[in-house]
Unconditional design. Structure first.
Length: 367
């Protein structure tokens, strides 16, 4: 069986959750007996795949230079179809939503993965000219099979698009942020802190978390709020901090690699995940893997992934959020219970299981 993964996500992400998903898939697929898996990406910027051997990646790594994406995409659209045709695949697994359908033999089966239905559920969080929802729907309708990364995403997809349930499967993602390196001195280990990870805009609901934290004198007196990733703090976030009367040192932003993030998880009093909606949600699993108690929203797929290993709150209610945080930080017994439950929960998610279930879908399509 010959499987192709297209260039889309590898040309748009240097690092990122979706490109990591396909990186983990392709290297496991190529180890399956009777399977030849290949990424056709004539030019790509992704750092995950650049060290894979040329038998798996057909393409060349180029530096990520601002505003060159359109040109690189145009070049790939010229070169990639010829390489795909030469490979003569049985299955093409498209890595994101494209306006252009691959020019392939009618015998080739196509698969698309749907990561979430955020653009449909929270359209107000995106520009009016954002076409993701429309393009996604077109891709879902023309694909031979659709993979959703959570049951919640599958339910939303079926409700919104009305496609046949038999065409859709659920395959949970894995995770592997288990590095134990402690070679990072960028935080004061003597002062307790709450940890937030990732983008902070729109449906991520960070502003409500900051407001909840800032209005509780006990929390901001005894715990800093550290944000990892997602870009530097925005002017609006600084303005909100000032309006809440918080000193500059109570809100800290840190960028870095998995080693730094792993240490932040291990030393945090708790990890807080306030998102209104997620298609899956890897950060809570990462936190659990490092023994960090999880305090999280009950929105979207989060309860499906976190299970009984989180302290939940209503993401629309600041009082609910504050109460959940207070319950964990004020009770060693509660925090220890979440750590123990988290250790058990993470055993249910692995890239090996993700690859095995995906492989079964490929086999069923090939017949």
């Amino acid at each position: 069986m010959k499987i192709i993964y297209d260039s889309q996500i590898f040309l748009s992400q240097v690092y990122g959750g979706i490109s990591r998903y396909f990186f983990e898939l392709v290297r496991r697929m190529d180890n399956q007996e009777g399977v030849h898996a290949k990424i056709i990406a004539p030019l790509y910027i992704n750092n995950y795949i650049k060290d894979l051997n040329s038998g798996i990646v057909s393409g060349r790594h180029v530096p990520h230079i601002h505003r060159t994406g359109f040109l690189l995409k145009a070049l790939n659209q010229i070169v990639a179809p010829k390489r795909m045709a030469k490979f003569n695949p049985d299955i093409v697994h498209e890595t994101y939503y494209s306006n252009k359908q691959p020019l392939l033999s009618k015998t080739v089966k196509t698969i698309i993965t749907v990561y979430d239905m955020i653009h449909e559920r929270y359209s107000e969080c995106f520009p009016d000219n954002d076409s993701t929802a429309l393009t996604k729907r077109m891709n879902v309708e023309r694909a031979d099979h659709v993979i959703c990364i959570s049951e919640n995403t599958r339910r939303d997809l079926l409700e919104i698009t009305g496609i046949a349930p038999s065409k859709v499967s659920v395959v949970h993602l894995g995770f592997d942020l288990t590095t134990k390196s402690d070679n990072f001195d960028g935080i004061d280990g003597t002062e307790p802190y709450l940890l937030y990870v990732g983008d902070r805009g729109g449906y991520k609901n960070f502003a409500r978390l900051l407001s909840s934290y800032g209005k509780n004198s006990v929390l901001h007196k005894h715990y800093k709020l550290i944000c990892f990733g997602g870009g530097k703090l925005k002017q609006s976030e600084h303005q909100l901090r000032k309006a809440l009367g918080l000193a500059a040192d109570r809100l800290t932003h840190i960028e870095g690699n998995d080693h730094i993030l792993g240490r932040l998880y291990r030393h945090a009093t708790a990890f807080v995940y306030p998102s209104l909606y997620e298609g899956f949600g890897i950060p809570p699993l990462e936190a659990m893997s490092h023994g960090c108690p999880v305090i999280c929203s009950n929105g979207g797929s989060i309860p499906e992934i976190v299970g009984n290993a989180g302290q939940y709150f209503d993401p629309y209610e600041e009082e609910s959020m504050t109460h959940a945080i207070e319950q964990v930080v004020s009770s060693q017994e509660c925090a220890d219970r979440l750590r123990i439950l988290g250790e058990e929960r993470i055993t249910r998610f692995s890239w090996e299981t993700c690859a095995e279930k995906t492989y079964k879908i490929y086999k069923s399509l090939k017949g």
